[in-house]
Design a protein. Structure first.
Length: 70
């Protein structure tokens, strides 16, 4: 894994989460539409069409909408 790359950063962040069994489900199952939202937004993020905070905010809005019944 190359240090300082996006993939390297993701693996570095994800490894301790997996090691501590902190994820009990697939992330794309968070809401009924989360997989579609995640993949679309991830494409935007990786193409630098959105800022990281906008990416996170969009996914957070998806979860909050599902929790409120929207």
């Amino acid at each position: 894994m190359q240090v300082g790359t996006l993939l390297g950063d993701v693996v570095d962040a994800w490894t301790p989460t997996l090691d501590s069994d902190a994820v009990g489900h697939y992330l794309d199952w968070a809401t009924s539409s989360f997989y579609d939202e995640l993949t679309a937004e991830l494409q935007q993020l990786l193409s630098l069409s959105v800022e990281p905070q906008q990416f996170v905010d969009t996914l957070q809005a998806n979860v909050e909408s599902a929790r409120s019944g929207g």
